[in-house]
Design a binder for this molecule. Structure first.
Ligand code: NAP
Length: 467
C-alpha cells in the first residue's frame, strides 16, 4: 500500500487513510465496442421477456442486496468514505427501489387507452434499447439503482459508467445482477475515465443517455446526445435552501439542519446547503447551531460513534477548503472550522459560515462538503429571493408549524422538490429531480419509468374515418 495525493484513474483509495487499495485498468476502445454490441444484442431478447420474468430477477437483486448489506456497506465506506450506517441504509433503500419497480412496472407500463370519437386508441409503452448511464460516487449503490431498476423493468439494457473512485461498488453490483439471473449483456459495467465517455454517445447502438453528476459533465453529455438526436436526462448539482419560518421549533430546526448538512459529510446533492432563518431568531439559532457542532464527532467512518466522515477523496477535500478560503477572502465569516484536519485522510472540519452576500461566489456555488451556511431574512419575500438566487433548482425545505403557510412558501421556490419539515428526502414512490441548472428528467416514482420508453400511439380506425 502507498499513500497517494491525486486521483488520476480508476482505483479504490480509502479516504480515511488516503491509501491506495486497488487499481483497475481502463477498458480499450475495442473492449467498449464489444460491450455495447453485447448490450444491443441482449436487448433483442430482453425486450421480449414478460414483466413477471423481469420482476422475478429484480426482486432477487433486492433480496441479495439485503442479504449482503454489511459487505456492500463496508465496500462503499472503504471506497468513498461515508459512515457505515449510511452505507447500509443506502443498500436497504436501493433494495426497496428494486422491489418497487419489480412490483409496479407492469401497472405503470400497461396500455393506456385514450378517449376518441370512434374506434380505439391507446398508448403502448415500449423499451427503446441500450441506455448509457453515467453515475457519481456519493451514493454508489443508490445512484445505480435509480437508473437501473426502472430501465431494466421497462425492457431496456444498460451500459453503466460508474465514477472512477468506486470501481469495486460498480463490480459488485454487476455480480449481483448476474447472480440474480439477469441474462449476460443486459447490464454491463464499463471502466473508463469520465472525459472519455462522450465518444460513446455517438455509437448508434446507444439509444439514450442519463447522467447524474456535476453541471459540466452533464452539459457535455447532453450536447453530445443532442448532436445525435438522442434523449438525455440530467440529475445535476444543487444548493438546496432550507427556510425556517417564524413559528418553527428552533431546537428541532437546528437538529434537522446540522444533521442534514453533515449527512454523507455534506456530499449530498440535496443537502440543506443554505439555511435561511428569520432575522429576529438569528442569534438564538446561531448559538444553538454552535452548541450542536460541539457534539459532532469526526473520524473513522466504520466506527458507529462517528457522525462526520471524511470526504470522498483528497482532491475533494482540497476543493472544499479552497471554496471556504475564497468565501473568507471575499468577506464571509468563518465562525467554526474551515480547515483541513490535522490527521491523515480526506478530512475537512465541520464548518459554519455566516454573512454571505450576493457579491461572493459562495452565495451561488454548491459546496460539496460539511459546510453549514447561515442566512437571515427580514420578511418572507426576502427569504424566497435568497432561496431562488442560485442557478440550481434541485430540492429545498420549508420548516414551520403552520404547514399551510409552509406550502404557500414552497410553491414559490424554484426547485424540482420541496419538503415541508424535513430535508429533501428520498423514497421509491416519490419523484426525484430538478429544474434550472440542476437538470431535467425524473427518477423514482411512476415518472422515472417513462423517461426511456417509446410512448407509442396505436390507433384502431377505419379507412373512412381517421379522426
Ligand atoms: P462528476 O465529476 O460530474 O462525476 C459524475 C460522473 O460523471 C462520474 O462517473 C464521472 O466519471 C463522470 N464524468 C466526469 N466528467 C465527465 C464528462 N466530461 N463526460 C461524461 N462523464 C463525465 O461529479 P462529481 O463532482 O464527482 O459528483 C458530485 C456532483 O454530482 C455534485 O454536483 C452533486 O450535487 C451531483 N449529484 C447530483 C445528484 C442528483 O440526483 N441531482 C445526485 C448525486 C450527485 P469519473 O469519476 O471517471 O470522472
Amino acid at each position: 500500500m502507498s499513500t497517494i495525493h491525486k486521483i488520476s484513474s480508476i482505483k479504490t483509495v480509502n479516504p480515511y487513510t488516503n491509501e491506495l487499495v486497488k487499481e483497475f485498468v481502463p477498458m480499450t476502445n475495442e473492449e467498449l465496442d464489444k460491450i455495447i454490441d453485447k448490450a444491443d444484442e441482449a436487448y433483442r431478447s430482453w425486450k421480449k421477456t414478460s414483466f413477471g420474468e423481469r420482476a422475478k430477477i429484480i426482486h432477487k437483486v433486492a433480496s441479495l442486496m439485503r442479504e449482503r448489506k454489511e459487505e456492500l456497506g463496508k465496500l462503499a465506506t472503504l471506497e468513498m468514505g461515508k459512515l457505515l450506517s449510511e452505507s447500509i441504509y443506502e443498500v436497504e433503500l436501493s433494495a426497496d427501489i428494486f422491489d418497487y419497480y419489480a412490483d409496479k412496472a407492469a401497472e405503470f407500463l400497461a396500455d393506456k387507452s385514450l378517449e376518441v370519437k370512434h374506434g380505439e386508441a391507446f398508448i403502448s409503452y415500449e423499451p427503446i434499447g441500450t441506455i448509457l448511464s453515467v453515475q457519481p460516487w456519493n451514493f454508489p449503490y443508490y445512484q445505480v439503482t435509480r437508473s437501473a431498476a426502472p430501465n431494466l423493468m421497462a425492457g431496456n439494457t444498460m451500459v453503466l459508467k460508474h465514477a472512477s473512485n468506486v470501481p469495486q461498488c460498480a463490480k459488485i453490483m454487476e455480480d449481483i445482477f448476474l447472480e440474480a439471473g439477469l441474462p449476460k449483456g443486459v447490464y454491463n459495467n464499463i471502466f473508463i475515465p469520465g472525459r472519455e465517455v462522450e465518444k460513446l454517445v455517438e455509437n448508434p447502438k446507444i439509444k439514450a443517455v442519463s447522467l447524474t453528476g456535476s453541471e459540466p459533465a452533464g452539459a457535455s453529455i447532453a450536447a453530445a446526445a443532442g448532436a445525435k438526436v438522442k434523449k438525455s436526462t440530467l440529475e445535476l448539482g444543487g444548493s438546496d435552501p432550507f427556510i425556517v419560518l417564524e413559528d418553527a421549533n428552533i431546537d428541532l430546526a437546528v437538529k434537522t439542519t446540522v444533521e442534514g448538512r453533515m449527512w454523507n459529510a455534506g456530499q449530498v446533492c440535496v443537502s440543506p446547503k443554505r439555511v435561511i432563518v428569520p432575522e429576529k431568531i438569528k442569534d438564538e439559532f446561531l448559538t444553538k447551531v454552535k452548541a450542536f457542532f460541539t457534539t459532532l464527532k469526526v473520524g473513522d467512518p466504520m466506527d458507529s460513534s462517528t457522525n462526520v466522515a471524511p470526504l470522498s477523496t483528497e482532491s475533494a477535500a482540497e476543493g472544499v477548503v479552497a471554496q471556504i478560503n475564497k468565501a473568507a477572502q471575499q468577506g464571509a465569516h468563518i465562525l467554526l472550522g474551515g480547515r483541513r484536519m490535522n490527521r491523515k485522510g480526506a478530512f475537512v472540519e465541520p464548518t459554519l459560515i455566516t454573512d454571505i452576500t450576493p457579491e461572493m461566489d459562495a452565495y451561488y456555488e454548491e459546496i460539496f462538503g460539511p459546510v453549514f451556511m447561515l442566512y437571515s431574512y427580514k420578511n418572507i419575500d426576502e427569504a424566497i429571493a435568497i432561496a431562488n438566487a442560485t442557478t440550481f433548482g434541485l430540492g429545498g425545505t420549508v420548516f414551520g408549524n403552520n404547514t399551510q403557510e409552509a406550502v404557500k412558501v414552497a410553491r414559490q421556490i424554484e426547485t424540482g422538490m420541496v419538503y415541508i419539515n424535513h430535508v429533501t428526502g428520498i423514497a421509491p414512490e416519490l419523484p426525484f429531480g430538478g429544474t434550472k441548472n440542476s437538470g431535467y428528467g425524473r427518477e423514482q416514482s411512476p415518472l422515472g419509468i417513462y423517461e426511456f420508453v417509446n410512448e407509442k400511439l396505436i390507433r384502431v380506425t377505419t379507412p373512412e374515418k381517421a379522426y
